[in-house]
Design a binder for this molecule. Structure first.
Ligand SMILES: [Zn+2]
Length: 285
């Protein structure tokens, strides 16, 4: 009896010590506390994307520009299975009056994100890397090696849609050690960005967790992807070709072929390549 009591007491002490050690670790490393809290909150909140019926008209892809609809690349999937052609030409502009180069929509959304961070925190948002040419990506690969760098043609940086962000004194995984970095990770979807390589999704993205790499996909899509806790790979795969989906006042559709079925009675329509030979249509009522 005495022995088993001693054992039970020892077990209790071990449990207490492990709990105390875990708590100490979470307090000392805010990034771990953040990652634990995010994982729990994503289990409890679920976004809903409902299928819907809608009136449509058929428009040839070649006639879209006559309708004032440009095809952009904001939802384009880029990875080792969906490589960019060597002569790929992104739609690039300078961010404000800096020499930072970004894709056109991305630059606008980044300005919003940066303003949001500036208003809430006494922190400036900076970039360590945005657009890279094919040659620059080749150089990054040679310098960093294949474990962390993508081969040319497989990096989102070559589209100008991605940015590696940092804060003063906080870069890489360290962005989760500052309040502004944690806020950005939890809220960038409100400005059309996703954390492209989330925690625990390496089996899908092929890339370890990168809380510093944000990717522009546009507002409703970023909110849905983040709300469903999925990756861009899973999102494009989830949208069944030819179907229409409703999210808030948006109608979304994933389509293929030379003719697109565009929703009628909507205020705006935009079309993006999906990087897999198809298109994603985003209409707002
Ligand atoms: Zn990056």
């Amino acid at each position: 009896m005495k022995k088993s009591k001693k054992r039970a007491a020892a077990a209790v002490i071990i449990v207490l010590l492990v709990t105390a050690a875990a708590a100490a670790l979470l307090i000392a490393r805010p990034r771990l506390a953040y990652m634990a809290a995010e994982t729990i909150s994503k289990i409890s909140t679920q976004t809903k994307l409902k299928e819907t019926e809608c009136k449509t008209e058929s428009v040839a892809v070649s006639e879209l520009s006559e309708r004032g609809i440009e095809i952009d690349d904001t939802l384009m999937l880029v990875n080792t299975d969906h490589m960019l052609p060597e002569n790929y030409q992104p739609d690039l502009i300078n961010y404000k009056d800096t020499d930072v180069i970004m894709e056109r929509h991305t630059a606008q959304a980044y300005a919003e994100l940066s303003e949001d961070i500036g208003e809430q925190f006494n922190e400036g948002l900076f970039v360590t890397s945005t657009y890279r040419t094919f040659e620059e990506q080749q150089q990054v690969l040679e310098e960093e090696g294949g474990d962390t760098a993508q081969q040319p043609g497989a990096s989102e940086h070559e589209t100008g849609l991605a940015a590696d962000i940092c804060f003063n004194g906080y870069a890489g995984m360290g962005v989760l050690d500052c309040k502004a970095g944690r806020y950005l990770n939890s809220n960038c979807q409100e400005h059309g960005f996703i954390i492209r390589y989330p925690l625990g999704k390496k089996n899908i993205t092929g890339i370890e967790y990168e809380p510093w790499h944000i990717r522009y996909v546009g507002k409703p899509h970023a909110q849905i992807i983040s709300g469903l806790d999925i990756t861009l790979e899973e999102y494009i795969n989830m949208l069944e070709v030819g179907k229409f989906y409703k999210y808030k006042d948006y109608i979304l559709s994933h389509q293929q072929g030379d003719e697109l079925m565009l929703p009628l009675n909507v205020k705006t329509i935009s079309v993006s390549h999906d990087g897999c030979g198809g298109y994603i249509i985003t209409a707002q009522k």
